[in-house]
Design a protein around this ligand. Structure first.
Ligand code: ADP
Ligand code: ASP
Ligand code: MG
Length: 412
């Protein structure tokens, strides 16, 4: 039997009614002749609640216990979905990550899937089971402890199962009916894309578009998984949603295809560090050892052998970054006058494979932001993306102005 992977996100399993609705979709695919692997998220809001409990109990928590707690939301929805399907006379069974087992690295809270042995579930399919419901987001480390894959990780579970089982397709059911030119919650003129190239989706995801976890797109690209994003609320339509596919299959020829944002960023500046060989290593090694995800970096022109060094990181990591810098200074590894944190910034990015071949895109972006009176604090570019750090209060305005200026509401 061909295998289909269907992933249901938090809003799609938020209540018993929604689980029943999702189960009907699964039943339809069983009737279409598939053995189905369902990957479920926790009920929406549940993981945030669990994270809150952990942080309240232990602010500098042990990541192994964080994983033990926050993985639990998915256990509930997996069991409930299996029960619902059984009530519909569909042979179904649930699996937690460790039971499969979904083998991961030991990087707690940000583990990577290393292997998914298929034998156990394949055997059950051979015995007549029709649906395996697997708890997303979780796995087991080489030491035998429960791990989680980072926020949004159920997408990655889904794609990894699709690769491991050679699934015909991996359908990601969510609360929007596909991938849009930008977040439809911020820009109501956002347009749904029928197809998007892996490279573009990868950039959009890593620059903040929540709709797919970055790692899931990487895996789909590597293992050639046919990946589709669609709504669990709309009527069944075999051609619905957005297909994430190879660049060659895309007919649109726009330079820019999407706008992404990341709200909770911080900009940190080390004032007056000695400008000498090895200074960047001396600054960024302790940051990385402290688990700070540094994103943009700017080093100013030096004057009299001293320079300012600016970097951005998620706002929640500012205390850790400050501590790492203070410790490095105390040890004499670096020397600076002051460390200034700006915790009210956001990152806005434009993405498009067409940017490779069209000139003037950067100038146009800067012009649009200038016209809106938005000051740019830091800029980074790559072949197919351009990102700016700006004051958070202008984030929505910047997204909308760029979406307008690059005429993303129109196909082309
Ligand atoms: P799920 O719980 O199903 O995994 P998520 O909340 O993780 O859903 O992701 C879906 C959300 O992603 C949407 O509700 C939307 O607000 C947001 N989003 C951000 N950028 C985009 C985009 N370009 N296209 C579609 N959705 C986007
Ligand atoms: N429940 C997890 C989260 O909220 C994983 C997921 O939904 O993909 O991050
Ligand atoms: Mg998600």
């Amino acid at each position: 039997m061909p295998v289909l992977v269907m992933k249901f996100g938090g809003t799609s399993v938020a209540t018993l009614d929604r689980i029943a609705r999702a189960s009907k979709r699964v039943a339809r695919e069983v009737a279409n002749g598939y053995d189905v692997i369902v990957i479920v998220s926790a009920m929406s809001g549940k993981t945030n609640e669990l994270v809150g409990w952990v942080e309240e109990t232990s602010p500098l928590y042990d990541a192994r216990e964080y994983d033990a707690v926050v993985s639990s939301g998915e256990n509930v929805t997996a069991g409930l979905m299996a029960l619902r399907l059984q009530e519909m006379d569909i042979p179904a069974r649930s699996w937690q990550g460790w039971q499969v087992p979904v083998k991961t690295t030991a990087a707690h809270a940000a583990a990577r899937i290393e292997e998914i042995p298929a034998a156990n579930i394949v055997q059950k399919f051979a015995e007549g089971m029709k649906v395996a419901v697997v708890a997303g987001f979780q796995g087991v480390s080489p030491e035998g402890r429960i791990t989680t894959l980072g926020r949004g990780g159920s997408d990655t579970t889904a794609v990894a199962f699709a690769a491991a089982f050679g699934a015909e397709r991996c359908d990601i059911y969510t609360d929007v009916n596909g991938v849009y030119t930008t977040d439809p919650r911020i820009e109501d003129k956002a347009r749904k894309l029928d197809k998007i190239a892996f490279e573009e989706m990868l950039e959009l995801a890593s620059l903040g578009a929540k709709v797919l976890q970055t790692r899931s797109v990487e895996l789909a690209m590597r293992y050639k998984v046919k990946l589709r994003v669609l709504s669990s609320f709309e009527e069944y339509d075999p051609n619905a949603g957005t297909l994430v596919c190879d660049e060659e299959e895309i007919v649109e020829s726009k330079a820019v295809s999407g706008v992404a944002y990341s709200r909770d960023e911080a900009k940190m500046t080390l004032i007056s560090v000695a400008d000498r060989p090895g200074i960047a290593a001396a600054v960024f090694t302790p940051l990385s050892e402290a688990g700070v995800n540094v994103d943009m970096i700017v080093q100013n022109i030096s004057e009299e052998g001293r320079t300012d060094m600016t970097f951005s990181c998620p706002v929640g990591q500012v205390p850790r970054a400050e501590k790492a810098m203070q410790e490095a200074r105390a040890k004499g590894e670096i020397n600076y006058h002051d460390l200034v944190a700006d915790t009210d910034v956001a990152k806005v990015s434009i993405v498009g494979i067409g940017m490779r071949s069209q000139a003037g895109i950067a100038a146009k972006m800067f012009h649009v932001l200038a016209r809106e009176g938005i000051n740019i604090k830091v800029i980074t570019t790559s072949e197919i993306k351009l990102s700016v750090l700006i004051d958070r209060k202008y984030m929505e305005l910047a997204v909308q102005a760029l979406h307008d200026a690059f005429e993303l509401e129109k196909a082309g």
